[in-house]
Design a protein around this ligand. Structure first.
Ligand code: GTP
Ligand code: MG
Length: 174
């Protein structure tokens, strides 16, 4: 649209879920500030950040991001954050099969208790640690496909696929 008269300000409410240590906060920090923190501290409760990206035609998409705490003691808080979300990003660490099991737990929890129209993505993070990989790409792909989810492997450390992850959700902006 050459005139730009359809420019809009859209937003996407997004929640990140997954085991402690998989890199949720690092993914958000990479997307929002372009940084990586190798000494990232565990999240307490949850933290909120937002980031606005510009599309063609001056349309902007504001991502409103709830970064939840993965430690078990905070699990009961999760519904507070995923209930209002349009998109749930469920993260595991490709070097940790336990974290992949935990991701499957979150998928099931959202299928049972989440909004029926929530869009889910499965993310295998720490893709830079390929030599320590214990979850095959195919395992992630197949699980996501079976459950109607997006799938992507990312690295918050190298920034690989971080912008691509969020760009997948532009279509769900309202
Ligand atoms: P909780 O807040 O406890 O739920 O954990 P979290 O999922 O937010 O983990 P966090 O982002 O704090 O990262 C945990 C550790 O993993 C930190 O030491 C990070 O530096 C490291 N890390 C995160 N992402 C990556 C990555 O892509 N590659 C590598 N090599 N390390 C990463
Ligand atoms: Mg965190």
């Amino acid at each position: 649209n050459a005139g730009g008269q359809d420019a809009k300000n859209l937003r996407v409410k997004l929640v990140l879920l997954g085991d402690s240590g998989v890199g949720k906060s690092c993914i958000v920090l990479r997307f929002v500030r372009g940084q990586f923190d190798p000494t990232s501290k565990v999240t307490v409760g949850a933290s909120f950040l937002s980031q606005t990206i510009a599309l063609q035609d001056s349309t902007t998409v504001k991502f409103e991001i709830w970064d939840t705490a993965g430690q078990e003691r905070y699990a009961a808080l999760a519904p507070l954050y995923y209930r209002g979300a349009a998109v749930a990003v469920i993260v595991y660490d490709i070097t940790s099969p336990e974290s992949f099991s935990k991701a499957q737990y979150w998928v099931k929890e959202l299928q049972k208790h989440g909004s029926p129209d929530i869009v889910m993505a499965l993310v295998g993070n720490k893709a830079d640690l390929n030599e320590k990989r214990e979850v095959a790409v195919q395992d992630g792909t197949e699980y996501a496909e079976k459950n109607g989810m997006f799938f992507i492997e990312t690295s918050a450390k190298t920034a690989d696929n971080i912008n691509e992850l969020f760009e997948d959700f532009v279509d769900y902006a309202t």
